[in-house]
Design a protein around this ligand. Sequence first.
Ligand code: PMV
Length: 360
Amino acid sequence: MTASDFVPFAYSNEVANGKITWKSPSNIALVKYWGKKENQIPANPSISFTLDTCATTTTIAYRKLEEEGNEFSFDLLFEGKPKDSFRPKIMTFFKRIEKYLPFLKSYHFTIETSNSFPHSSGIASSASGMSALSLCLMSLEKELYPEMSAEYFNRKASFLARLGSGSACRSIEGNLMEWGLHGETDGSSNEYAIKYPYTIHKVFTNYQDTILLVDKGQKQVSSTVGHELMHGHPFAEQRFLQAHNNLTKLQLVFANGNLNEFIEIVESEALTLHAMMMTSLPYFILMKPNTLEIINKIWAFRELSKTHVCFTLDAGANVHVLYPEAEKEIVYQFIKNELVAYCENGQYICDAIGYGAKKM
Ligand code: PMV
């Protein structure tokens, strides 16, 4: 499917008003998306675990206007209170997707949204937020066109979410989502994410992710600025090639469950993401001293315990600690005893691999 397949022809139904709620999870990339082309097209393919606990719940109440407005008409509530600072982002999003949802100016929307994770925890809410909103809008489109297939619904929800925030397209389904053209993955696309289509060893079906909140402050580098840094980056082409190769290597790992290989690829991807930021102009160090303390502790404990705990990072200082469920008891004990001390106010979130967004 290409972008033009998501421009609707005509709707078969009239809908005056209603209300829809979706709960959509965050996701954590194993092979990172970092660098994009025009229209939110990724410079390289990426793959992520869909999360479960970290999620955004969004309700849209919609009311058909007497006549179509010139502007988008919406109210916005975040955790029960009006949130004007979110308006420009939604406005930009609506402008971008209007071509694909031509009904947007025919309705007034009241958008209410809240996160399961603490506000300003340094956890990106754009993936869960943009996917939840896209799903709500798709539910309205489905009411206007009930013949829509489930596959089209998910594809288009992912496509719209991508236009809101790239990585959001990987939050629609689970448990492993791949986004971006990859020669070795049938059906892969730059326009939307797909469910990873090959064998997944059972060790990955209930993987754990404990998120250590090292720095809850505002992100030092927004992802918009971050992606921009890959334009003209001296190592960009090599990095994009590496992402393709890591994805190909992971396919084997997902099939055979080789956790040592998994660890090597995932940790290398996290460090490469940060290496890209350290070697761009301007340059940034997004890890904090405690991020490094945690990484060193994980390495020492892994060696000692012969477990398969490893880490990955987002574009920030927080650490995602990944481990198989079978090792949950011993690793969780280690996290509590040795890692929580490095978290801001001792805060962390216990999450695990999830199976995608849910209509409420
Ligand atoms: O979706 P964005 O534009 O916020 O970019 C997210 C980039 C990373 O989180 C660093 C990596 C990824 O693939 O999720």
